[in-house]
Design a binder for this molecule. Structure first.
Ligand SMILES: O=C(O)[C@@H](O)C(=O)CO
Ligand SMILES: [Mg+2]
Length: 250
C-alpha cells in the first residue's frame, strides 16, 4: 500500500483550520497538504504541524483561488509581475513551513502565448529556488472552465520545455479520470513524470469507493511503479465526520 497523506483543505474541513492538524494526526496521518495557507500566519501553521508531528507535503502558489481570486497567474501574458510577487510570497511561507512541494497554478488563459508565458514563468520560479520542488497539475475543465492546464499531454509538453529537474507533474486521479476517462491508464502513461499524487473518486470527488476508478488496482500500480512518494487524499468526504470516510485506507 502507498503511504497516505491528508489534504486538510478538503479533509477535516468540518473543523476550524487549526484544529484539523490534531484531527489528521489522531486519524493516523503523518503528513498533510494545505492548498492555501495564506490566511494564517506561517508561524501558526508551523506550530500546529510541529505540535502534531506532521510533515507538510504541499502548498499551492500563487494564491489565492478559493477565496475568489484567479487560480494562479503563471500562464497569463502580462501577469508576470503579479506572478513573481506571488512566488516570492510563497517562498517566504516555504522558508518557515518547508513544504516538500509548491504547486504552481496556471490561471485562466488559452493559446500559444499562454503556453510560452507558463514555460518562462516556471523556469523563473524554478531558478529562484533550485532546492524547492515545484509541480504543475492538470485540472478538469468541468471544475475549472478555461483553466490553461487541462490535459496531461500538455503538462508533459510544458515540462519538456521547462527542462528543470525541480519542476514535475502532480497527478490527481480525480482530474485524470475526468479529463482522459481512465485514471489508471493516465497513471501508466505519466507515472515517470509524476512527483506528487493526489486521489479522489470521480465524478463525485468523495472518498475512494464510488465511480469507475478501481483504487485497489491504482494503488497496486503506484506500488509497482518507481514513484515512492506520498498519495494524498484530496476529496470531499461524503460523511459529516472525515474520520468516518477513511475506510478505504485499509
Ligand atoms: O485538485 C485540485 O483541485 C487541487 O490539487 C488544486 O491544487 C486546485 O486548487
Ligand atoms: Mg489535486
Amino acid at each position: 500500500m502507498p503511504k497516505f497523506a491528508a489534504n486538510i483543505s478538503l479533509l477535516f474541513s468540518e473543523l476550524p483550520y487549526l484544529d484539523r492538524f490534531q484531527a489528521a494526526a489522531a486519524a493516523g496521518f503523518e503528513a498533510v497538504e494545505i492548498l492555501f495557507p495564506y490566511e494564517t500566519a506561517a508561524k501558526e501553521t508551523q506550530r500546529a504541524l510541529l505540535a502534531n508531528g506532521l510533515e507538510l507535503l504541499l502548498i499551492n502558489a500563487p494564491p489565492p483561488n478559493y477565496t475568489g481570486g484567479e487560480p494562479g497567474y503563471a500562464a497569463i501574458p502580462g501577469g508576470e509581475d503579479r506572478f513573481q510577487r506571488d512566488i516570492r510570497r510563497v517562498l517566504r511561507y516555504a522558508d518557515v513551513l518547508r513544504p516538500g512541494i509548491i504547486h504552481v497554478m496556471a490561471g485562466y488563459e488559452k493559446g500559444e502565448e499562454a503556453l510560452q508565458t507558463f514555460v518562462r514563468n516556471l523556469k523563473w520560479a524554478a531558478d529562484q529556488a533550485p532546492q524547492q520542488q515545484f509541480t504543475i497539475e492538470p485540472l478538469n475543465s468541468g471544475d475549472q472552465p478555461g483553466y490553461f492546464l487541462d490535459d496531461f499531454n500538455l503538462a508533459r509538453e510544458i515540462l519538456a520545455a521547462v527542462e528543470r529537474p525541480n519542476v514535475g507533474l502532480q497527478y490527481d486521479a480525480y482530474h485524470a479520470q475526468l479529463i482522459h476517462g481512465d485514471a489508471a491508464k493516465v497513471w501508466d502513461e505519466f507515472s515517470a513524470n509524476t512527483v506528487h499524487v493526489q486521489i479522489g473518486a470521480a465524478p463525485s470527488r468523495s472518498e475512494p469507493g464510488s465511480g469507475p476508478v478501481d483504487f485497489d488496482a491504482l494503488f497496486a500500480a503506484i506500488d509497482a511503479s518507481a514513484y515512492d512518494g506520498w498519495v494524498s487524499a484530496e476529496y470531499n468526504p461524503s460523511t459529516a465526520r472525515t474520520e468516518d470516510s477513511l475506510g478505504w485506507m485499509s
